[in-house]
Design a protein around this ligand. Structure first.
Ligand code: ADP
Ligand code: 5GP
Length: 202
């Protein structure tokens, strides 16, 4: 029997550095594949359908919801986002470790359904620093930045029920900590036992 793939779930307030950290993580762990979510938002410049997201209409999304096609879905910043059950099942069957970059509402749904996974919350070092990062990204208006800050204040208490919290202050340190969590998940007895039993024929 092949090993089951691991599920790594990462959430963070917008601007905390999740994209930067996730990009670093998949470079470091080439076997870790980022799940491609479904969304009703429009593609941003450079984004590719089927690579960054599956871009669908609200109608198509709602049809998938009614057919129970999602392991979780949520409305984030006025758009719908969801993780297809088929993506998780396929990865698990193929023994592929998968990384889900999803918001707190979606992560909570997976946790409440007792989905086996490692749940990580990336925390900004402070609200002023979060504001600075959102401003430095210079892709959003002042209004949007203020809404993201207000949402961050609501999301931060959610970190309480995650398995790990990584404060993204110094990028390299945060990157190391994230890598340590993934390594620990990979060598957790229940996750590595299949390999051990083959090695020693037990
Ligand atoms: P998110 O995906 O969480 O919205 P990004 O990864 O886009 O956040 O990061 C937001 C901004 O902050 C980017 O300009 C990024 O380069 C910067 N950034 C990320 N991590 C750090 C860090 N540890 N220190 C300083 N700036 C950072
Ligand atoms: P963006 O539009 O900037 O790519 O993502 C906005 C937010 O949606 C991020 O917080 C991201 O984690 C979240 N998100 C992306 N895909 C999913 C998903 O499949 N489910 C949920 N619940 N959130 C998602």
């Amino acid at each position: 029997m092949q090993k089951e793939g691991l599920l790594i779930v990462i959430s963070a307030p917008s601007g905390a550095g999740k994209t930067t950290l996730c990009n670093g993580l998949v470079k470091r762990f080439p076997g870790l594949k980022e799940s491609v979510s479904y969304t009703t938002r429009d593609p941003r410049q450079g984004e590719q359908d089927g690579v960054d997201y599956h871009f669908v209409s609200t109608e198509q999304f709602k049809k998938m919801v009614s057919e129970n096609g999602f392991a979780e879905w949520a409305e984030v910043h006025g758009n719908l986002y969801g993780t297809a059950i088929s993506v998780l099942e396929q990865a698990r069957r193929d023994g592929v470790d998968i990384l889900l970059d999803i918001d707190c509402q979606g992560a909570r749904i997976l946790k409440n359904h007792s989905i086996k996974g490692t749940f990580i919350f990336v925390m900004p070092p402070s609200i002023p620093e979060l504001r600075r990062r959102l401003e430095s990204r210079s892709s959003d208006s002042v209004d949007v930045i203020e809404r993201r800050i207000a949402r961050a204040v609501e999301e931060i208490p959610e970190a309480r029920w995650y398995d790990y919290i990584v404060i993204n202050d110094q990028l390299e340190e945060a990157q190391e900590r994230l890598a340590a969590i993934v390594t620990a998940a990979q060598i957790k007895t229940e996750n590595i036992w299949e390999q051990i039993s083959k090695m020693f024929d037990i």
